[in-house]
Ligand binder design. Structure first.
Ligand code: DC
Length: 231
């Protein structure tokens, strides 16, 4: 791709944003930034430091103690806290909930916002998150808001967990966690999960992952073909 362009994929947790974003990045040979991983990294650091991610002061104090770095090795994103790669440690349910908690605080959001914009300025990216199209990159070339019902997302999450060999969890618990995070992420004051006015809404509840990916690839390809990336 010759020109610099940015694709924003927002939506609730478990809608398949990250997988879709990854596939798009491969297809169009651009970078993928999983912005949830940045909140997760800080949440993990807070847990390690014994700080309460629900507390705004303790979360602000964390930012004085740690440095978050995002690097790419063979296009794969890594998150580093004080120089240490913690990428493999941020996918637990404990970190998921703490990430949702810490992402409520404006100081934390501003810290991450700067890093997101700094990266997006340099190269073409597909970014997935909650507020990319609304707050981080309101001028993104293409915006997608990817949805699926909480029940479908819970089913998908459960099968991911089972595939990963984690069997000590049940559907009702997963559904409850999803609803809790949805409520917190959508109702916070700063940069809640929200469809941008100019985002294309895709409900993947009735679609397979492959169908969702193929549909979005077509949308991007059409935009590129017509050269109309800003519409
Ligand atoms: O996408 P994820 O599940 O990895 O994100 C973890 C948490 O981080 C999510 O519950 C809310 C927060 N988040 C956010 O507030 N803004 C983003 N752009 C991405 C994630």
């Amino acid at each position: 791709m010759d020109r610099h362009f940015l694709i924003a994929i927002d939506g609730p947790s478990g809608a398949g944003k990250s997988t879709v974003a990854h596939a798009l990045a491969e297809e169009f040979n651009i970078m993928h930034l999983d912005t949830g991983a940045l909140f997760r990294a800080l949440a993990y650091a807070a847990l390690e430091a014994g700080l309460d991610s629900q507390d705004p002061d303790q979360s602000a104090a964390l930012l004085d103690q740690v440095t978050l770095e995002i690097i790419f090795k063979d296009k794969k994103q890594k998150v580093l806290i004080n120089g240490k790669d913690i990428t493999s440690k941020i996918r637990t349910e404990e970190v998921s909930l703490a990430a949702s908690n810490i992402s409520v605080h404006p100081t934390v959001r501003n810290y991450i916002l700067e890093k997101e914009r700094e990266l997006a300025e340099k190269e073409s990216f597909v970014l997935d998150g909650r507020d990319i199209g609304t707050v981080v990159l309101p001028n993104a070339d293409l915006k997608i808001f990817l949805l699926a019902s909480p029940e479908i997302r819970a089913q998908r999450r459960l099968s991911d967990l089972l595939n990963a060999g984690i069997s000590n969890t049940d559907y009702d618990q997963v559904l409850e966690d999803i609803k809790k995070r949805d409520a917190q992420d959508s109702n916070r004051d700063t940069a809640p999960t929200k469809k941008a006015d100019d985002a294309i809404l895709i409900d993947s509840s009735e679609l397979s992952l492959e169908e969702t990916i193929s549909m979005i690839k077509d949308i991007v390809a059409k935009k590129l073909e017509t050269g109309n990336l800003n519409g």
